[in-house]
Design a protein around this ligand. Structure first.
Ligand SMILES: C[S@@+](CC[C@H](N)C(=O)[O-])C[C@H]1O[C@@H](n2cnc3c(N)ncnc32)[C@H](O)[C@@H]1O
Length: 301
């Protein structure tokens, strides 16, 4: 049996690859050294289910299927290694020993032509390692791909990258897959989930974006979930990215094969040109609403 992800991983990797091609092409004649950080790297190969599994899961969770039910795709590390204009350095962060062994194989395959560090650790520690190197705006430019399965990306890590002033990030914002599941209608959230969301957003402001106290004749001051809480959470995260980095992209919604929303891809960075490239790439193949085209949807919140 092989652990697999859903076919929508193709869409994510396609957008990542296109953006990285754009980025490295724009920078190829510039003086800076370039660095690619894959903080939730996986193993270098994505085993994708040919058909949806029956019943659950419809979401992007790892499930086991028979080998003849999968096809293999280059995972994000290989997508980045195969660029026409490669980065000067690659940092792959991954705590899972089996996936680390696969990443070490990438070092064996690409090590002659690419400079690669494989860090067997959690993303937060790996990003601290990166930030602690002598990487400055004067000498470097970089992209970090932050692609957790759930809500284990910490805002502190995102902010640390932003503070260097030379990183752009491409983020899997796991709204529908992970975050919504932690938000019961009655606001009775497990403390550990509340703590996870505080770390994820870097603030407790997410709570008021999701819940309000119903007052009035029959309301009795009980906490209720807002109808538009998803848009509000996306808006909150995007505003935080914009204030940390300077620029944020339009969101790209990734759906499963039954058109159910799974997560958003978001870009943030310090340059308008990056934002233009990201907006262009992220809208490819997407049917935008009129409000999204005019940039008046969640961005304006
Ligand atoms: C969605 S997968 C990554 C897929 C990969 N980016 C790709 O597109 O091919 C998430 C990965 O994060 C790893 N992971 C889980 N918790 C982590 C953590 N705290 N820090 C870093 N990686 C973690 C998992 O082992 C898994 O390989």
């Amino acid at each position: 049996m092989i652990a697999t992800v859903g076919p929508w991983a193709r869409d994510k990797l396609d957008k990542l690859g296109r953006y990285l091609e754009y980025y490295t092409t724009v920078l190829k004649k510039q003086k800076w050294r370039t660095i690619y950080v894959d903080a939730f790297a996986g193993g270098g190969v994505a085993a994708v289910r040919k058909r949806p599994t029956t019943g659950v899961p419809l979401l992007d969770e790892v499930v086991d299927v028979e080998p003849d039910q999968v096809e293999f795709l280059d995972g994000s590390p290989r997508v980045a290694l195969e660029l026409n204009n490669p980065f000067s350095r690659y940092v792959f962060i991954e705590p899972d020993p089996k996936r680390v062994a696969e990443l070490e194989q990438l070092v064996a395959d690409y090590g002659d032509t690419r400079t690669i560090n494989v860090l067997k650790m959690e993303a937060a520690d790996g990003i601290r390692w990166v930030v602690g190197r002598n990487i400055t705006k004067k000498t470097h430019r970089g992209v970090a791909f932050l692609d957790p399965f759930g809500a284990c990306l910490e805002w502190e890590s995102v902010e640390a990258l932003a503070k260097l002033g030379m990183f752009e990030v491409v983020i899997n914002f796991a709204l529908n897959m992970a975050i919504q599941r932690m938000l019961p209608n009655d606001a009775n959230i497990q403390q550990s989930w509340s703590d996870t969301l505080d770390r994820y957003f870097g603030t407790h402001a997410w709570f008021d974006e999701v819940y309000f106290r119903e007052t009035g004749l029959f309301g009795d001051g009980v906490l209720k979930k807002r109808d538009d809480y998803s848009d509000r959470l996306l808006g909150l995260y995007r505003r935080r990215l914009e204030s940390a980095f300077g620029f944020v992209s339009m969101p790209r919604l990734i759906r499963n094969t039954r058109n159910v929303p799974l997560y958003y891809l978001l870009w943030a960075g310090p340059h308008k040109k990056g934002q233009e490239g990201a907006n262009y790439v992220l809208q490819i193949g997407e049917k935008l609403t009129k409000a999204q085209k005019q940039g008046t949807s969640v961005v304006a919140q």
